[in-house]
Design a protein around this ligand. Structure first.
Ligand SMILES: [Zn+2]
Length: 150
């Protein structure tokens, strides 16, 4: 019910729910319902504020177990399963490695500017260890900075 509300509407809804919950005249039976609506309202408020922050600051991060991406103005950075490399020519850069039970496939880091790829590093170019995806993203960004900020 709050998903399409503006930040201002959510702030008003929050204030009104708090007022109702704190009013001694509000029946106890209703207070629990108000608390759960308040919880939901605050969750949406938090998402809206995060959204606003991402837009205004131009920086963002999103990810999961198997990928991570970060935005920095016109630049974006990615590491994960969606971009792979395989040295075996017939595996067509990783797209057939799954079918062939290939162990040579590597996930890649990419840097984009204005939606165009400007750098790509294989996992083995970033580490000889086994790092988590967030650390791989940082390593990719570190290599990108090292090579481009001279
Ligand atoms: Zn392969």
């Amino acid at each position: 019910m709050y998903a399409f509300d503006t930040l201002e509407m959510l702030e008003l809804a929050e204030a009104s729910l708090v007022k109702k919950a704190e009013n001694p005249k509000t029946p106890q039976g209703e207070v629990r319902d108000i608390q759960s609506r308040l919880h939901e309202c605050r969750r949406h408020l938090r998402m809206k504020r995060e959204d606003k922050f991402r837009k205004e600051s131009g920086i963002s991060v999103r990810g999961s177990d198997d990928y991570i991406g970060a935005g920095a103005g016109d630049y974006s950075f990615y590491y994960g399963y969606e971009v792979t490399y395989c040295p075996v020519k017939s595996h067509k850069n990783g797209s057939l490695c799954g079918e062939k039970d290939c162990e040579k496939e590597e996930w890649c880091f990419t840097a984009d500017k204005d939606g165009k790829e400007i750098a790509r590093y294989r996992t083995s170019e970033l580490t000889i260890g086994h790092e988590e995806v967030d650390q791989m993203l940082i390593l990719g960004m570190a290599k990108f900075i090292k090579e481009n900020m001279k």
